[in-house]
Design a protein around this ligand. Structure first.
Ligand SMILES: [Zn+2]
Length: 424
């Protein structure tokens, strides 16, 4: 699947999006050639082309929401649309959802400038192109879990489209196991230096979760689990899986929810308690972001398609695809993971239960690392639901993953304390 990602299609998609002149949230909604309305209609029709190949499992819908009003960043009430493609899982008992998102809207300098040329080639045409490639390739395959591809609007004015989806997911009690927000994945050069880097991509993940109940906080303190929230486990999974499938690219984990003091479309999902991360280029070019295209002091400003590194977008799409496909094929996570604490020993006994839904795992991986390490260092395959390892729980962190016979791994579950006493 990763090999099928087309750099040429990505480039064509970005250029088509730029051709809508602006995708500002207050731009025209009925002009067939320009504005956000033309853009969401085009994205919807592109997604719909994959319905026959999916055997009818792919569904494409507009998700409408109303925002704005006097005194707000959007100064009057307006109805905006997200485009949402749902590739239904082949197992009707599988309620897991994996979300992948990018934003369709673009902007120039001023909040309410809805008519200037706002190409948004990299921000976030690159993310939308990645989504369209994934819908095309993944609709041909079958996955037990459901995959939801989202082209959201309202981002540039306050993450409105993503907020709407996160609230809907919460209200409808969606079982979201992962949410990947792709915002700016195609710029490889920095604005200040000659540094050019399309060999690394950043994954931002929150540390202490934005959504944390008193009970969750108590467990976090008890287990010293401040570096082991669900978003952080997802980031580690993306690094391991992405680097396994995509050559010439390393995943740089950034241990914060987003860039300094900033947020993105994954943030509303974190706030609702879902595991959500942001995938983003390593270098940003501020001459190009949110600028009206013009030559200023000899520098071409503006987010133009000729500055997108399409090979970089292709590789970053591969990281996304490899992650989503592996998660969608993997067994459910193990349940009730705990470390047995009865009796003093320098060994560690871990216990868990097989997941009650979906395919039965062929086995489990115990992950372990020293407490000061960012990444899992050892991976031990076991077939039962209890293991005693000759390593002290005082000196290592552990986690448990379900795995199927083909090697598809669930996200890692960080254990609490096992309530039962050791059987031996
Ligand atoms: Zn953006």
């Amino acid at each position: 699947m990763v090999d099928e990602i087309s750099r040429e299609r990505i480039e064509n998609c970005v250029k088509t999006l730029v051709g809508f002149h602006t995708r500002h949230n207050l731009s025209s909604r009925d002009n067939p050639a320009q504005g956000i309305g033309a853009a969401w209609n085009w994205v919807k029709s592109e997604m719909e082309k994959n319905i026959p190949a999916s055997g009818g499992r792919l569904e494409v819908n507009f998700e409408e929401y109303t925002v704005g009003g006097k005194g707000q960043r959007i100064p009057y009430t307006v109805t905006l649309k997200n485009v949402v493609a749902t590739l239904k899982g082949t197992d009707s008992n599988d309620d897991r959802k994996i979300l992948i998102s990018a934003h369709l809207d673009s902007r120039a300098q001023l909040d309410n400038d809805s008519t200037s040329f706002a190409p948004g080639a990299n921000d976030d045409g690159s993310g939308i192109a990645a989504i369209l490639e994934m819908v095309r390739i993944m609709s041909l395959r079958k996955f037990p879990a459901t995959i939801i591809f989202m082209a959201v609007t309202g981002e540039e004015h306050g993450l409105y489209g993503a907020r709407h989806m996160a609230a809907k997911a919460k209200n409808e009690n969606w079982n979201i196991i992962a949410m990947l927000n792709n915002d700016m994945i195609g710029n490889s050069g920095s604005s200040e230096t000659i540094l050019n880097d399309n060999m690394r991509v950043r994954v931002f993940s929150e540390g202490v979760p934005a959504y944390e109940t008193e009970q969750m906080a108590a467990l976090r303190k008890y287990t010293s689990g401040e570096n082991d929230g669900k978003a952080r486990q997802l980031a580690r999974y993306i690094k391991e899986t992405g680097e396994r499938y995509v050559d010439q690219l390393s995943v740089t984990m950034v241990f914060r929810n987003d860039r300094f003091g900033r947020g993105g479309d994954h943030s509303p999902f974190c706030e609702q308690g879902f595991p959500a991360v942001r995938i983003c280029e390593v270098n940003e070019n501020y001459d190009r972001t949110h600028k009206i295209p013009a030559v200023v002091n000899g520098i071409q400003e503006g987010d133009l398609p000729e500055y997108v590194d399409y090979e970089y977008v292709r590789k970053n799409t591969g990281v996304n695809l490899a992650t989503v496909a592996n998660l969608a094929m993997a067994p459910y996570e193990p349940a009730g993971c705990g470390i047995v604490v009865s009796g003093l020993t320098n060994k560690t006994t871990l216990r868990w239960e097989a997941p009650s839904k979906g395919q039965k795992p062929s086995g489990y991986y115990i992950l372990m690392r020293e407490t000061w390490q960012p990444l899992w260092e050892k991976k031990i395959n076991v077939t039962g639901t209890e293991v005693t390892l000759p390593y002290s729980k005082d000196n290592y962190f552990f986690a448990v993953q379900s795995v199927d016979a083909a090697g598809h791994e669930s996200l890692a579950v960080f254990p609490g304390q096992s309530r039962r006493s050791a059987s031996r």
